[in-house]
Design a binder for this molecule. Structure first.
Ligand SMILES: [Zn+2]
Length: 449
């Protein structure tokens, strides 16, 4: 695939189309209105459409050049290219309720993977609808391994790109399935019914000691994409004990939260990655509590003069660990409070369950207070906004020491010890309670390789 020709038809005349990337104009080879087969002029990389609008246009994009400039990955086999629609999709502004259907005609042997919702019927036809657009989603063209994996509540659309080094696709699929299933242990189903998952091999065949999954991220751009970069030379066991995928999948339990309140989305993902890995049997309880405690301590040490909101506004250098862990402390506080108040009939899982039912996947950006207010609506009494008001603009780090004591988690020399008798012992146990089916499946996976 080196070029892409697009024919765009509009329901009514449009006089403005844009691509999300300001660079997109560089890759346009030819743009014409098909109403009168008139060329469309470009100025400053923008299409100059006639005032009265057009109802149809054709253009060609130098896909290969766009891919080279923006997603050059030397570890990818040459038959795959990744190039975001932000570089090749010119469209009117998307509003809530309007959508765009996109149908691909592909050469023999070429597949496509996009984040958009796939429509039933023949061939690759998708619906693009409004979304937060927090980054540029990948579109993959080429010859790759595509699988639809069923987990509770969802079918993951998994694209495994080919690397220059050999990889064991079966193991990688098992790992994706296991980690996505872990996330369903929060409330019985995966939060998005049909996300795109893109696995990019980044191992270069050299032995190294870096993690099995060096990078992952969630992209909300026309749909939800989880991108996972994997060192494919590492065994399934190493993948299964890596937390990156669980963290990224956990992000999907919340909508996209405004950048200035990013400590909420990162914190909830940090909390849940540890909780879920314990429930699935990957971590034992002591190890999970130790990880949570260590994270809180790193958060506490990080720029103590700043509040969570200030640390987030200051960018990552201002207090990365505060951004990653202060929300995790609040998640634990909220979880325990909900369980304690209800005698165990309400928990953070239940609130997120209801939140998924009412509000996910969401087509818009949420502010932190708006999200917490919504959680409080769903809870039997407010828990989240009181915590927000107490901590979001307060310098330092939420103090969890008393809570740890009550949960029966004692600390000496930085090491956690679990006490068998404690006021909130039952709550401590129920937070990390192992799901036996998930645990025995993980055990089998690790044993069978
Ligand atoms: Zn994250």
């Amino acid at each position: 695939m080196s070029r892409l020709s697009v024919e765009a038809r509009f329901g009514q005349a449009v006089n403005s189309v844009t691509a999300r990337s300001h660079d997109a104009g560089k890759f346009l080879l030819d743009v014409r209105s098909c109403d009168h087969d008139q060329p469309i002029r470009m100025r400053n990389q923008r299409m100059m459409l006639p005032q009265h609008g057009i109802s149809c246009m054709n253009y060609t994009v130098d896909l290969e050049r766009a891919a080279q400039e923006h997603r050059n990955n030397e570890m990818l086999a040459p038959e795959n290219i990744i190039v975001s629609p932000s570089y090749w999709l010119w469209r009117p502004e998307l509003r809530t309720g309007t959508d765009i259907q996109i149908k691909f005609r592909l050469p023999e042997g070429v597949q496509v993977s996009v984040p958009w919702q796939k429509l039933a019927g023949d061939g690759p036809v998708y619906r693009l609808s409004k979304s937060p657009e927090n980054a540029f989603a990948p579109a993959v063209f080429g010859s790759f391994d595509y699988h639809e994996i069923d987990v509770p509540g969802a079918t993951l659309r998994v694209t495994l790109l080919n690397g220059v080094q050999e990889m064991d696709n079966e193991s990688i699929l098992q790992w994706v399935r296991a980690t996505a299933t872990d996330v369903s242990l929060a409330y019985g189903r995966f939060p998005n019914p049909s996300p795109q998952v893109v696995v990019i091999p980044v191992g270069d065949g050299r032995i190294n000691d870096r993690s099995a999954v060096p990078f992952g991220r969630v992209i909300r751009d026309g749909g939800e994409t989880v991108e996972l970069q994997v060192d494919q030379s590492q065994p399934l066991e190493a993948l299964l004990s890596d937390w990156t995928a669980t963290h990224e999948f956990s992000h999907l339990m919340l909508p996209y939260v405004e950048r200035k309140h990013r400590w909420i989305s990162e914190g909830f993902a940090q909390y849940y990655q540890n909780v879920l890995l314990a429930r699935s049997g990957a971590y034992d309880d002591l190890y999970a509590w130790q990880k949570i405690y260590d994270g809180y301590e790193r958060g506490r040490a990080s720029r103590p003069e700043l509040s969570p909101n200030e640390a987030t506004a200051g960018g990552m250098r201002a207090g990365l660990m505060k951004v990653y862990w202060s929300g995790a402390a609040i998640a634990l506080m909220a979880d325990v409070r909900l369980r304690e108040r209800s005698g165990g009939t309400e928990s953070l899982d239940d609130i997120l369950d209801k939140f998924q039912a009412c509000c996910l996947p969401s087509d818009r950006v949420w502010s932190g207070p708006e999200l917490f207010a919504q959680f409080d609506e769903l809870a039997s009494a407010p828990v989240f906004m009181p915590l927000y008001r107490r901590f979001a603009d307060t310098a330092g780090f939420p103090d969890t020491s008393e809570l740890f004591e009550r949960l029966g988690l004692s600390v000496s020399d930085g090491r956690i010890r679990i006490r068998s008798s404690a006021e909130l012992r039952a709550i401590r146990k129920s937070i990390l309670e192992t799901n036996d089916a998930a645990a025995s499946w993980r055990e089998q996976l690790a044993a069978n390789q």
